[in-house]
Design a protein around this ligand. Structure first.
Ligand SMILES: NC(=O)CCC(=O)C(=O)O
Length: 275
């Protein structure tokens, strides 16, 4: 049901230049692949600065065979024979914009498209103010992709805040890991990025990975960084805020042992819980 693999989380620095961002993605994915990673992840909004005033300008139509970002992702997945979780990009679709992750298999075929379900609308006095829903439309589906290693549940950033979403992905026993391309800001990130990743892993007895943008202090929205992988027991490894790659061997024997002994998943009482 599961096959071990090497995961690479590419915490790349995103700038105002789409060309530079695509060149950086090529460089960093190449490095992760050279280190033997089988599944490689980019961060949320890896081709565009994160912010509602940028999404329309940087958006691409993912059904357009000339889309520069999709062409780049496709050729990387073929060149290195990897599964590539293409972070997310602003996606233009008719008159709407979505925050969308496109996932490729080693043959360069698209195996999943996830549109961020929960939009980040936040107004904290003296803190962050961001209303994704001013520009972005929400996706309406939980996304699971099939790989030769395991099934993977996909969410984008703020999707991690909702336990029901992670459970929806995890309740299929063949899903071995949840992967969240992200871009928490320094305020929310310092408070609960690690906590959310750990609790989702522990609650669902599953691996969880969060791949962040590197911190860019020149950006209007400053990313927390600290890309992270958590095992089903809640033990984690992460990197700091700078550009870099978190490489982690995902070994499923521990997940299987934990699920056989600790039966949270089987003890749920949906007859008691209320919607
Ligand atoms: N890009 C996002 O979805 C930000 C999520 C975030 O910072 C949070 O607090 O959640």
């Amino acid at each position: 049901m599961y096959k071990d693999f090497k995961l690479g989380l590419c915490q790349m620095l995103v700038t105002m230049s789409k060309e530079e961002n695509l060149a950086k993605a090529i460089e960093i994915v190449g490095k992760a692949a050279s280190s033997g990673c089988n599944i490689i992840v980019l961060p949320e909004c890896f081709n565009s600065p994160y912010g509602t005033n940028y999404f329309a300008e940087y958006a691409e139509d993912i059904s357009d065979s000339e889309s520069p970002t999709l062409k780049t992702l496709k050729s990387l997945s073929i060149q290195y024979s990897i599964y590539l979780i293409g972070g997310s990009i602003p996606e233009k679709n008719e008159n709407k914009i979505f925050n969308t992750s496109v996932i490729f298999n080693p043959n360069g075929e698209i195996i999943g498209i996830h549109r961020k379900v929960h939009l980040y609308d936040m107004d904290i006095p003296g803190g962050i103010r961001c209303f994704e829903s001013d520009v972005i439309s929400p996706g309406n589906q939980a996304t699971i992709v099939n790989t030769e290693y395991c099934k993977i549940g996909i969410g984008i950033c703020y999707d991690i805040n909702f336990p029901e979403y992670s459970w929806t992905l995890s309740k299929d026993d063949t899903v071995g890991i949840l992967i969240f391309p992200g871009c928490f800001n320094i305020d929310s990130g310092s408070k609960y990025w690690e906590l959310l990743m750990k609790v989702r892993a522990f609650d669902n007895s599953i691996f969880v990975a969060g791949c962040s943008q590197a911190r860019n202090n020149d950006a209007s929205y400053v990313s927390w960084g600290h890309s992270i992988v958590v095992d089903p027991l809640g033990q984690h490894e992460n990197i700091d805020e700078k550009e870099g790659i978190l490489i982690k061997d995902i070994r499923f024997d521990e997940l299987v042992r934990w699920r056989n002994n600790i039966l949270f998943r089987k003890h749920k009482r949906f007859d008691v819980y209320r919607q």
